[in-house]
Design a protein around this ligand. Sequence first.
Ligand SMILES: Nc1ncnc2c1ncn2[C@@H]1O[C@H](COP(=O)(O)OP(=O)(O)OP(=O)(O)O)[C@@H](O)[C@H]1O
Ligand SMILES: [Mg+2]
Length: 232
Amino acid sequence: MAQRLLHMENIQRHYETPAGVVKALDGVNFTIHEGERVILLGPSGSGKTTLLNCLSALDSPTGGSYTFQGVEVPRYASEKMTAFRRENIGYVFQFFNLLQDLTVLENILLIQELAGKKDPERAKELLKLVGLEAEVNRFPGEISGGQQQRVAIARSIAKRPTLLLGDELTGNLDTETSNKVMEALVSACQQENITSVFVTHDEGLVKYATRVIRIDSGKIVSDESTGNDEEA
Ligand SMILES: Nc1ncnc2c1ncn2[C@@H]1O[C@H](COP(=O)(O)OP(=O)(O)OP(=O)(O)O)[C@@H](O)[C@H]1O
Ligand SMILES: [Mg+2]
């Protein structure tokens, strides 16, 4: 059995609003082991982004326990939370956050540098993996939305994160490109033992996952293995 990577127990994320308390997460429990590829599905407003933000320590739960490699993840302490993210997390946002003044390649190199893992050869290799070898020296404003999304994906794995998180990461891609990118991601994750959690509305991505978690109104309503992990 693979090593336990992280554990959430009775995680709550409540928002106080003038209209009352919103329970964006309401008692979430799970354990994720190294090498799992999790797809998180759920209707709009069900808590998916909130859960990713808590997993990555971009946000802090208001209750419950979250441990990563056996250690409680820092909360309400932005410097410690940033250090945790820098060390462990790759994140592909719904809106890709590329730096507009840097070329495609420089966007990747910067992330490696911040993580202390500069490796230009690998950066180019990853861009090839997502089919962008011809665009390495262009600026984000000079490529399409789907191409920018692929840069963001290459960037997210460039520093070899322990945990890779994605929010609708293929949402801007056509089916063919989306399949190509997912295949590239799965093979990169397998080669480097990167664990992943991807939020999507696209049931078609389930074939790339080893596990599917469904969430509704801040609670997990199902959590099942897909049977795709025999090769692991
Ligand atoms: N800052 C906030 N203040 C109050 N309520 C919030 C805040 N952020 C999110 N929520 C509420 O928390 C719930 C979960 O939001 P979340 O963004 O996690 O949903 P989601 O599953 O990612 O939805 P989508 O698929 O539309 O992106 C929603 O009901 C949302 O309105
Ligand atoms: Mg969301």
